[in-house]
Structures are given as structure tokens and as C-alpha cells.
Write a protein that binds this ligand. Sequence first.
Ligand SMILES: [Cu+2]
Length: 268
Amino acid sequence: MLTWLPENISTFGNGVDHLFSLIYYITLAIFVLVNAVYVVFIIRYRRRRKSDKAFHYHGNNTLELAWTALPFALFAFLAFYSDGIWRDIKYSTHAPNPDYIVEVMGQTYMWHVRYPGSDGVLGHRDPALVAATNPFGIDPADPNGTDDYVAINQMHFPINKNVLVRLSSMDVIHSFFVPNLRIKQDAVPGQWVDVWFNGRKTGEYEIACAELCGSGHYLMRGVMTFQGQTDFDAWIDQQYLNAANAAAQKTAQALPASAPSPTTPSHP
Ligand SMILES: [Cu+2]
């Protein structure tokens, strides 16, 4: 195995790493072999005397068949072998039942993350309502959505849980990349694509954008934190509390300050 890959914390990461190593070593072996033959031929068939003449060679069917069949067999093997790994990661028919569902919206140059509120339900979305202040187009008329919690560049999950991320983009194509989870998926405007994973180790891991999406592409980074269930529950409850307090404060500020309150005594 190769030691320079970022630490794998994903349940399906070993399969990806094995495939990566296998292709790496096959490529390395072919590279060494081809270059060794190249060097041997340069030396062995060099021009020794001035009288040496080039030898015209008109093909060899056995050789041509061999160098067509061998790569074909190799690529066919890799296709079938990798499909077993790809299937577990990408086929919707093989995705496990999610314990958590969140939405992620890419925007130059940040990741918006939407958690369902304490009701556990993501509210209705309406593309017509998408705005800078409402990147998901959360419909205020749907009570399921009013308690949804939206964060920027921050994701928290408990370890050993199946997480389903619904991924999209507001503007250009981004790519949701979490190296430690062996996850990379394009975020395409106008489409929602599902990505699932299960993290096995607590800690903070980088979320990057793997699609050159503009001049600030390098800024498009987030942090994914994996915690124990108790710590995660405490964190999400705190976010709900903060969001509720912020909403209450906004409502209080929105009340007209000059309007007389019915309980205010009038002075003659
Ligand atoms: Cu991007």
C-alpha cells in the first residue's frame, strides 16, 4: 500500500485505496518494462559501422495481436474489478439507509450546508426563492423548513452513521471533495446529486472544491468534524438554540420602535 495518501476514515475507503495502489503499481511496472526495452534496443541495435543499413520490417501479426489483446484483458479486468468498488459508493441501489440527510450547495466560493431542524425534516425548497440570503430557496410557508439550520463551510456528523448529502450548485460546477472520506462528486447547477459516506474516526477533516471554479477557487474550503454521538447531539442542539435566538432577535428588531405599545401609559 502507498503511504502518501491522506488517512482513510471512510467505510469504503480501503477499496478505493486498493484500486489506486493496484493501478499505480501496474502503471509503474509497464513504465519500467517499456523504458528498459527501449534502452536495451537503443544499445543493441545502434549503428555500429558506417556501412550498416536500416532494416525494413513489415509487421508481425502475432505481435500485433498480443499487444492488442493484453491491454484489452488488463483494462477489462480493471473495469470489472473497479465496478465492484464503484457500485458500493455510487450506485443508488447499493446506498445504505441514511441516518442523517443534509443538503450542500456550492457557491463561488463557499459551501452552504443545510441541516433539518429538530423535527428531522428538511422543508420544501423552491428554486424561485433562491437568493443570496436564501441559497437553498427554503420556502417560508412550509413550517418544516423554518427550523432548518444553514451553516457555511462547516459540517458535523457523528461517527459510524450513514450520512446522505444531497449536492447541488448555485452558479458554476464545483466538486465536493473530502479526501479522508475518499469522496469526490461534482456539484452541478440545476441538479441534485446524492453522495453517501460513513466516517469511522473522530477529528476535523478538510472539505475542498476539486473543480477549478474561478479566481477564488482556492478559498473554497470547509471543515468536516466527526464526533461521538453525545458530542454531536450537544453541538446540533446548540446550533438550533443559536438559530432560534437569532430569529427571535430579528423579529424583535423588525417591530417598529416608534409604535406605542398597548401597555405603555400615555403622558398628558
Ligand atoms: Cu468551487
